[in-house]
Design a protein around this ligand. Structure first.
Ligand code: SF4
Ligand code: FE2
Length: 628
């Protein structure tokens, strides 16, 4: 009875403790107290004079051996985090662009162009001719143009021009319009080396330029080209939670970020030979379930069930029913190799750029994706007989009927209708006050925030009760999905205005928009809202905000920085990454407002964040003169 109120991750954590299996929570505890210098960004080891520390309180050193001060320490860290996050999302985008080219050339068996309309739209963005041309010819050129965005020697990123004109002017004036993606990442590494850029304001400007190369570059390339290859998300039913794993089935969990692996696994999981192999081991079938952003990608496009978010990866394995956990890249913990030793589960890595000691490796390339996927599936089927039935434990919970798949095209279509898909109705509903504003919640889940928290669920509930539409991505979306927040019936928990809109349109008040790279969808949605009129003429005029409560990855910093640089007020929970540098903290949380019309806020008390977001939205409404 008591277990019914617990989340499935909490149930699994209790079970793992009982079985004496180490978890991230044990390792988190073992790390306490965490390094104070590191926590405040006051440790530098950018050269071998160091490591140098700065004493923030006492009479200790105020400068490193080279003379760098606290602001330089923290700004260099901040820029390197932004660059690393940009590199992650963008290298993912590059892999998708390569796949698009390979598919167009017929060199990637199994893959095909699924969304021709989007292909043509992106071709137009790139000034590529589409009239009287073969689809594959256009796709090849789009893929090649996208690849050029990583290393072109001159000019700025092509997708920047999708932003409102007023926003583009701000970027130009500040000199932060991103050039080639790789150039911004490389220059960031260069500038943060010993003896390079040592002005925290200048370093922060580059943090904006490199992050914009993520949001309007690498992430946007990943999102748009994935839509071309795998389909643009449309509303789809799905299920989420560890309960999606099934006792009598061969369970394959796909974990990581790049959907091309998961898509191939899905493609290779059917057919008479697979059915025969499954029957031969006495299983009822195959369950494919996602974890982390791979889960988001599969859920929003195909309704394939999601086992859980980032901090549930060890728990998913500890159900004892996972024959294979197949991973690609990002947010995959090395600890999984140890957890796997307690079970029959095989941990399989797939990319030469991301191997894990102790895991099996099946190399995965565009040309052999289907073959490799089949090998992995047969490996899983073969491993079914090794399952130890005594260790099987699946928490009895899953959320049926959740609706995911809210790309910005879908939101526009659902709100605007078949004949005039536009953001006009959303803007009108914001102007008339039925919807007060929109908040995007994005990002990670973290043991630092507490044990198996439900912070995104709590925040989303508070926002919708106050007539704020919520758009979720990444593990924030994963938690909301597992927490049962993406059900249309949830409209009853909304304020009256939002309820009316959700009822009329038939959407849940918390919209699942996809993975972390799909924060680029939020940028496009905001741009279109600004261009639609009635709510100012720039993204920074809109009553919208962003939040990441349990940030963990460097990718989250890049996302936060590109949201702010795009004009979206953004609040991060837990701790500020620049807390030991008061001037830099002031720049991020106050001065940036004058430069880009938006700023960061950092708030330890997660409960206060809802109010901060709502106050911001009301302040923007007031400025627009729509405070009805
Ligand atoms: Fe110390 Fe400066 Fe070297 Fe950093 S770059 S380790 S502060 S000497
Ligand atoms: Fe992610």
């Amino acid at each position: 009875m008591e277990d019914k109120q617990k989340t499935t991750d909490q149930i699994m954590l209790d079970k793992m403790r009982e079985s004496k299996i180490e978890t991230m929570y044990d390792r988190y505890k073992a790390q306490q107290p965490q390094c104070g210098y590191g926590s405040l960004a006051l440790c530098c080891r950018h050269c071998n004079y160091g490591p140098c520390n700065i004493d923030p309180f006492g009479p200790g050193p105020k400068r490193g051996i080279c003379g760098a001060d606290a602001n330089t320490f923290a700004a260099r860290h901040f820029l390197r985090m932004s660059a690393a996050g940009t590199a992650c999302h963008s290298d993912h985008g590059r892999a998708v662009a390569h796949l698009l080219v390979a598919t167009a050339r017929g060199e990637a068996p199994g893959y095909r162009i699924k969304d021709v309309e989007k292909l043509k739209m992106i071709a137009e963005c790139f000034d590529i001719k589409t009239k009287d041309r073969e689809i594959n010819e256009i796709a090849e050129e789009v893929g090649e143009m996208a690849l050029m965005e990583f290393g072109k020697p001159y000019g700025t990123l092509l997708f920047l021009k999708r932003a409102p004109a007023a926003r583009q002017k701000i970027w130009e004036k500040l000199g932060i319009a991103s050039r080639a993606i790789d150039r911004e990442v490389t220059e960031s590494m260069h500038r943060t080396g010993m003896g390079g850029d040592q002005d925290y304001r200048n370093l922060t400007k580059q943090a904006m330029r490199v992050s914009l190369a993520d949001g309007w570059g690498g992430s946007m390339i990943a999102t748009e080209l994935q839509d071309i290859l795998f389909g643009t998300p449309k509303p789809v039913q799905g299920r989420a939670n560890l309960g999606v794993l099934k006792k009598d089935y061969v369970n394959i969990v796909v974990h990581g970020h790049e959907p091309q692996l998961a898509e191939a696994i899905v493609m290779a999981s059917t057919g008479p030979d697979i059915e025969k192999a499954v029957a031969a081991v006495g299983a009822k079938g195959i369950v494919i379930a996602g974890l982390c952003c791979t889960a988001n990608e599969l859920l929003v496009r195909h309704g394939i069930p999601m086992a859980g978010h980032m901090t549930m990866q060890e728990g998913a394995m500890a159900t004892g029913v996972v024959e294979v956990m197949v991973v690609d890249i990002q947010c995959v913990m090395q600890a999984l190799a140890e957890t796997a030793k307690h079970f029959h589960t095989k941990l399989v890595t797939t990319l030469s750029k991301a191997k894990i000691s102790g895991a099996e490796h099946v190399e995965f390339e565009d040309e052999n994706a289907l073959e490799s996927a089949k090998k992995i599936i047969l490996m899983a089927i073969g491993n079914y007989k090794n399952r130890d039935k005594k260790k099987v434990f699946i928490p009895d919970a899953s959320e049926p009927n959740l609706i995911a798949g809210f790309s910005h095209e879908t939101i526009k279509y659902m709100l605007g209708g078949r004949f005039r898909a536009s953001y006009r109705p959303l803007n009108d509903n914001i102007i008339n006050g039925r919807i007060r504003g929109v908040v995007g919640i994005a990002g990670c889940t973290s043991p630092k925030a507490g044990e198996c928290t439900q912070s995104y669920v709590d925040l989303a509930k508070e926002l919708i009760a106050n007539n704020i539409l919520v758009v979720a991505t990444g593990c924030a979306a994963g938690q909301c999905a597992s927490g049962g927040l993406m059900l249309p019936e949830l409209k009853d928990q909304c304020g009256a205005g939002l309820k009316e809109v959700c009822e009329a349109v038939g959407i849940p008040p918390v919209l699942h928009s996809g993975a972390c790279v799909d924060n680029s969808r939020i940028l496009i949605a905001c741009s279109e809202m600004a261009k639609e009129g009635g709510l100012g003429n720039d993204i920074s005029d809109l009553p919208v905000a962003g939040a990441c409560l349990e940030w963990m990855s460097e990718k989250a910093i890049a996302i936060g920085q590109f949201l702010v640089a795009s004009g979206i007020y953004t609040v991060f929970g837990m701790n500020s990454p620049v807390a030991g540098a008061p001037d830099l903290q002031n720049l991020l949380t106050k001065e940036l407002e004058e430069q880009v019309g938006a700023r960061w806020d950092f708030q330890q008390d997660i409960k206060k964040i809802g109010k901060m977001l709502m106050d911001h939205i009301e302040m923007k409404r007031e400025a627009l003169g729509i405070n009805v």
